[in-house]
Ligand binder design. Structure first.
Ligand code: BO1
Ligand code: ZN
Length: 262
């Protein structure tokens, strides 16, 4: 099909043809050059408040797995977000074909085995996710680096459903209670910089907040992610596996990279 993706034919190098913003100077991900980060000083702490007990959808859109929060209330504020309050829209994951690659952001040139993104939109200034997604201060994404280690119990509530959403367009309901706060690392030190969506349309609307401390997921959990397929089975022909789904890093340029805590 003609959709964007991560193969030679439709991967990141080709996105600029259909999504001109992907050529911009505020693109993500970037390599975090820790020696270049300037201290954020004494900003108010980042604060989150998530709803735990509500039904969520777990979806295979053909380029990741994604959990939709379905409009339930939540709050992210403080840190680099000024006086605005953001709300969790969805969260999803990026991974690699083999362990040791798969994160979108890199730290001093080093890749991790995956990266979780908790995507929030500015409810103080905008009326919908779609409206916010087109504004320079519309979105805030929390990035969590994943490394291979012990099984992640909270994430497993989603990972165990992946065999039921193998194909593009598949969707199941997750009715177990799940606490998005348990997806975040113990230490809340982070880097922040202005960037973009890392997938088309690559809109330059994201305040990135990348936690310094990685969290562990098991090799088995990553292996289940790699079994997702990027298309539908048709006429008995199975679709290709989504072995990896990370965009390579782009130049930070003259953007300010700030460092909070830790
Ligand atoms: S990410 O966290 O930078 N990887 C990211 C990438 C894309 C989206 C959210 C987070 N969302 C996309 C939707 C598209 C929509 C676009 C602009 O936002 O998946 O359907 O067009 O609203
Ligand atoms: Zn993402």
């Amino acid at each position: 099909n003609n959709d964007w993706g991560y193969t030679c034919e439709n991967g990141p190098a080709t996105w600029i043809e259909k999504f001109p913003e992907a050529r911009g100077a505020r693109q993500s991900p970037v390599d975090i050059d820790t020696s270049r980060a300037s201290s954020g000083g004494c900003a108010p702490p980042l604060k989150w408040n998530y709803s735990v007990n509500h039904p969520r959808s777990v979806v295979n859109p053909g380029y990741c797995w994604r959990v939709d929060e379905n409009g339930y209330d939540s709050e992210l504020k403080g840190g680099p977000l000024g006086n605005d309050v953001y709300k969790l829209q969805q969260w999803h994951c990026h991974w690699g074909a083999v362990n040791g690659e798969g994160s979108e952001h890199t730290v001093d040139g080093r890749s991790f085995s995956g990266e979780l993104h908790l995507v929030h939109w500015n409810t103080t200034k905008y009326n919908s996710f779609a409206e916010a997604a087109g504004q320079p201060d519309g979105l805030a994404v929390l990035g969590v680096l994943l490394m291979v280690g012990g099984k992640h119990d909270e994430l497993d509530k989603v990972v165990k459903l992946l065999p039921f959403i193998t194909h593009k367009g598949d969707k199941v309901t997750l009715s177990d209670a799940l606490d998005p706060a348990k997806l975040l690392p113990r230490h809340i030190a982070y880097w922040t910089y202005p960037g973009s969506l890392t997938t088309p349309p690559c809109t330059e609307s994201v305040t990135w907040i990348l936690f310094k401390q990685p969290v562990q997921v098991s090799a088995e959990q990553l292996a289940l992610m790699r079994k997702l397929k990027c298309g539908e089975a048709s006429c008995g022909v199975e679709a290709m596996e989504l072995l990896y789904n990370y965009r390579p890093t782009l130049p930070l340029g003259n953007r300010e990279l700030r460092d909070y805590g830790g």
